[in-house]
Design a binder for this molecule. Structure first.
Ligand SMILES: *Cc1c(COP(=O)(O)O)cnc(C)c1O
Length: 351
């Protein structure tokens, strides 16, 4: 049985959250002398002298419309990376509790665990990059608080079988965190629609990838209201700055442009995959539901260095488990992809 209260750290259960100046005041006012701000303004064309809304309601209402979830079921972090950190700090006792991750996967689950002194249990993906369900069962114990599932997975690009995720949601009493950073490019549908079904589900998304707002640092978590309330209590009060909130509101009105780029990216991804596999330097291109491709090459280091020398940067994943010889390549513009393919083709193939 899932019981949020029994998952929470005792110090968080007892925590009295920071009360901001604006939390304590309710109603209308025109003179604000409660927060020690600069009452004269900012040395900028636009004023940023007032603290931002700690709950980011305007942004959440607009996101609620787009995502089809109530605003109370949305948490915003300074990037998904902050969401991951706040999850650890809320639920995992340092040195006692553990989480399960499925390598090769996104690096921050482990780094953030290490920062918080949370034990990481690694259950390697199978050779076809799916979850080894038997090994997962072995890895989980009474101190396992969270299971991180990255789908589509970074760096492999594939989606994780939906049936397996549902099986985990139905049988694990801790939190199941499904990281959907690349969901906009996937054939799979989002797990957001399952939130009412599973009280232990946390879906993470981000504005850093398809939405083209990586520099603004806005990540999202969607979950039951009780989970969202915990995260809000633990986060730094003003974790999304005013400039980011203002710009996100403008960007969210441009969904037509974003959807157009998503379509273009998927077309380019499939063209790039075909181009790569036709090169003798490339041995395999793995199926991708994301905006990048994982390609197994004859000589990852050599190709990587040649690309760098020509001013092209890709990600060398060849030292990562199950990714021998692999480069992870983000889908670029058509022109960028053409230059990439021409440049890889210049690398001598050593038998
Ligand atoms: C890029 C990425 C993120 C996004 O992180 P932000 O902090 O929101 O920029 C999250 N998860 C995965 C798997 C990613 O690849």
């Amino acid at each position: 049985m899932f019981d949020l209260n029994s998952l929470l750290r005792d110090n968080i259960k007892r925590l009295v959250p920071y009360s901001t100046a604006r939390d304590e005041f309710k109603g209308e006012a025109s003179i604000f002398l409660d927060a020690n701000e600069n009452s004269f303004g900012s040395p900028l064309p636009v004023n940023y002298n007032r603290y931002p809304d700690p709950m980011q309601w305007k942004v959440k209402y607009k996101l609620a419309d787009i995502k089809g979830v109530p605003p109370q079921n949305i948490f915003l972090g300074n990037g998904s990376d902050e969401v991951i950190d706040v999850l650890y700090r809320s639920f995992c006792r340092p040195g006692v509790d553990n989480v399960v991750i499925f390598p090769p996967t996104y690096g921050m689950y482990e780094v953030s665990a290490n920062i918080n002194d949370v034990i990481v249990r690694k259950v390697s993906l199978t050779p076809d990059y799916q979850i080894d369900m038997a090994a997962l069962q072995e890895a989980v114990d009474e101190h396992t608080k969270m299971i991180f599932i990255c789908s589509p997975n970074n760096p492999t690009g594939n989606s994780i079988n939906r049936d397996d995720i549902e099986m985990i949601l139905n049988n694990f009493d801790g939190l199941v965190v499904v990281d959907e950073a690349y969901i906009n490019f996937a054939r799979q549908k989002t797990f957001i629609s399952e939130l009412t079904e599973y009280p232990n589900l946390v879906v993470m998304q981000t504005l850093s990838k398809a939405w083209g707002l990586a520099a603004l640092r806005v990540g999202m978590a969607f979950a039951g209201e009780d989970i969202i309330n915990v995260l809000n209590k633990v986060k730094p009060p003003y974790n999304i700055n005013q400039a980011a909130q203002d710009l996100v509101l403008v960007a969210l009105d441009n969904i037509v442009q974003v959807n157009e780029w998503i379509r273009e990216t998927v077309v380019e991804r499939d063209k790039l995959a075909a181009g790569l596999i036709s090169l003798k330097q490339v041995l395999e291109v793995y199926p991708s539901d994301a905006n990048f491709l994982l390609a197994k090459t004859t000589d990852a280091k050599g190709i990587y260095n040649h690309l760098v020398a020509k001013g092209i940067i890709v990600r060398d994943r060849s030292k990562v488990e199950l990714c021998n010889g692999c480069l992870r390549i983000t889908v670029g513009t058509p022109e960028e992809n053409t230059v990439l393919l021409e440049t890889i083709a210049q690398v001598p193939v050593t038998a």
